[in-house]
Design a protein around this ligand. Structure first.
Ligand SMILES: NC(=O)c1ccc[n+]([C@@H]2O[C@H](COP(=O)([O-])OP(=O)(O)OC[C@H]3O[C@@H](n4cnc5c(N)ncnc54)[C@H](OP(=O)(O)O)[C@@H]3O)[C@@H](O)[C@H]2O)c1
Length: 385
C-alpha cells in the first residue's frame, strides 16, 4: 500500500461510525491516513472538514451509485457503517474495490457492518431457549439462508472475498448501547443514540408504563458502542498489518457482544424511569396488547422479540476486550435514554415547536430584523432544550 492509507467511511456520522472515525483520528498512524466520509448534508460535511476529513456528498438511496464505486476505487480500506441492508450500495462499493485491485494489484480491505439478527429465532418473547452461535462456526454461519436479515448483503460480500479481489470482514454487533463521546460528538455531528431500545422506550412513554412483547423472555446479545468501535479498530489494525492471523471472507464474521438482556428487564427499567420522571405510576411493566404491537411496530413486531445469542470468539482471540459492556451499564443507559426521549416527546417538545413556529412567523413578517430575531429565538430554544 502507498505511504498514505486512503480510508473511505460510510455512516461516519452515525452512532457506531462516529466512534470508529474518532479512533481513526487518534490512531498512532493517523498522520498517514486520508479519511474520506460519505455525508448527506453540507452542514455535516463542513464540520467533518474541521477534523481534516474529506467528504463526498451522496446517499445510498441515490439511483446512480457510481459515486460509491468511484470513492471505493480510490480506497485502500472501506468501512461500510451506514445502512447494512442496502444491496445496491454494497455492490457499488465492491465494484469500486475490484477496480482498485485491478489498478494497483494490491488487495483492498472492506470492513462491513452486519448485525446478530442473522441468528435470530422467532420466539416472540415466549422463551429464551435458543442456540448460542460462536463466530468461529464458519460452516454454520455461511449456511444461514439469504432470507435471514442482512444475509442478502453479507453473502455477496463473502463471495467477493472468495473471488480474491478484496479481503472482507463483517463486524456483527448485537444490540449496541451507551453514550458515545469524542470529537464528532463534540461537534454535534454524530448520532448519540442507539436504534433498538428506543423502539420500546417511545411507545412506553406514550402509555406511561414500560412494555414487553409476549412474556418478555427472549434474550439478545448486547455491547457498548465504544467497545464496538474498539473491535472495528482491532480488525483494522491486524488486517492492515498484512498478518494472516485475522480471518476474512467466509471466516470473517466478527460478533460483538458481552452479555444477554431480556425484553422484560428493559421494560422493568423503563417503568422505573417513568415513575422517577413523574410520568408513570407503577414500577411494574406490562405486556403490549396485540393492538399496541400492530399500532407501534406493524408487521415487524416479531423481529423485536426474538432470541439472538452470539459469542464473539474471533475478536477476543485477536485481543479485543470489551471494557464498558456490562448489564448494569446497559440498564443505567436505558434509564438515561428514557429521560432523553421523555424530553423529546414531552410537553417541552410541544413548546419548542410553538416557539419555532412563532419565530418563522415573525421572520416572514419582518425580514429586515431577521438576524436579531433569529438570534433571540435561538437563545430561547437553547434554554428550553
Ligand atoms: N445500533 C445498533 O444497535 C446496531 C446493532 C447492529 C447493527 N447495526 C447496524 O450498524 C449500522 C450503523 O448503525 P448505527 O446505529 O451507527 O446507525 P445510525 O446512528 O442511524 O447511523 C447511520 C449512519 O449511516 C448514514 N446513513 C443512513 N442512511 C444512509 C443512506 N441512505 N445513505 C448514506 N448514508 C446513510 C447516517 O448518515 P446521516 O448522519 O446523514 O443520518 C449515519 O452516518 C446500521 O447498518 C445498523 O443496522 C446497528
Amino acid at each position: 500500500m502507498s505511504a498514505t492509507l486512503n480510508i473511505f467511511v460510510t455512516g461516519a456520522t452515525g452512532y457506531i461510525g462516529g466512534c470508529v472515525v474518532a479512533r481513526l483520528l487518534k490512531h498512532p498512524k493517523a498522520a498517514s491516513f486520508q479519511i474520506t466520509a460519505l455525508v448527506r448534508s453540507n452542514e455535516k460535511a463542513e464540520k467533518l472538514h474541521t477534523l481534516g476529513i474529506k467528504t463526498i456528498m451522496g446517499s445510498y438511496a441515490d439511483k446512480n451509485s457510481g459515486f460509491l464505486t468511484e470513492a471505493a476505487s480510490k480506497a485502500d480500506v472501506v468501512f461500510a457503517i451506514a445502512d447494512n441492508d442496502n444491496l445496491a450500495a454494497a455492490e457499488a462499493i465492491l465494484d469500486g474495490l475490484k477496480l482498485r485491485f485491478e489498478k494497483t494489484g494490491k488487495t483492498p480491505i472492506l470492513i462491513h457492518t452486519s448485525g446478530t439478527a442473522i441468528i435470530n429465532d422467532d420466539a416472540r418473547g415466549q422463551h429464551s431457549n435458543h442456540k448460542t452461535y460462536s463466530d468461529l462456526e464458519t460452516e454454520t454461519l455461511n449456511a444461514i439462508p439469504v432470507t435471514a436479515l442482512h444475509r442478502n448483503v453479507d453473502i455477496p460480500i463473502v463471495e467477493a472475498d472468495k473471488a480474491g479481489y478484496v479481503k472482507t470482514y463483517i463486524i456483527t454487533p448485537g444490540t449496541v448501547f451507551g453514550s458515545p463521546s469524542g470529537p464528532l460528538v463534540d461537534l454535534k455531528v454524530q448520532n448519540e443514540h442507539s436504534q433498538q431500545i428506543p423502539y420500546f422506550i417511545k411507545p412506553s412513554i406514550a402509555r406511561k408504563q414500560g412494555a414487553y412483547i409476549g412474556k418478555g423472555l427472549s434474550t439478545w446479545s448486547a455491547v457498548d458502542v465504544e467497545d464496538t468501535a474498539d473491535l472495528f479498530l482491532v480488525v483494522f489494525d491486524v488486517a492492515t498489518s498484512g498478518s494472516t492471523a485475522v480471518g476474512h471472507g467466509a471466516e470473517g464474521y466478527y460478533f460483538v457482544e458481552n452479555f444477554l438482556y431480556s425484553g422484560l428487564e428493559v421494560a422493568q427499567k423503563i417503568s422505573e424511569a417513568l415513575v422517577e420522571l413523574g410520568i408513570g405510576s407503577t414500577r411494574e411493566p406490562s405486556a403490549f396488547s396485540q393492538e399496541e404491537l400492530e399500532k407501534n411496530f406493524g408487521p415487524f413486531w416479531p423481529l423485536l422479540s426474538t432470541n439472538s445469542h452470539a459469542q464473539a470468539d474471533r475478536g477476543r482471540a485477536l485481543g479485543w476486550v470489551p471494557k464498558r459492556s456490562t448489564k448494569e451499564a446497559f440498564l443505567a443507559n436505558v434509564k438515561e435514554e428514557v429521560a432523553f426521549y421523555a424530553r423529546e416527546q414531552g410537553p417541552l417538545a410541544t413548546v419548542v415547536e410553538i416557539v419555532t413556529f412563532k419565530a418563522s412567523e415573525v421572520l416572514l413578517a419582518n425580514p429586515a430584523v431577521a438576524d436579531s430575531v433569529l438570534e433571540y429565538f435561538k437563545k430561547a430554544l437553547g434554554v428550553l432544550r
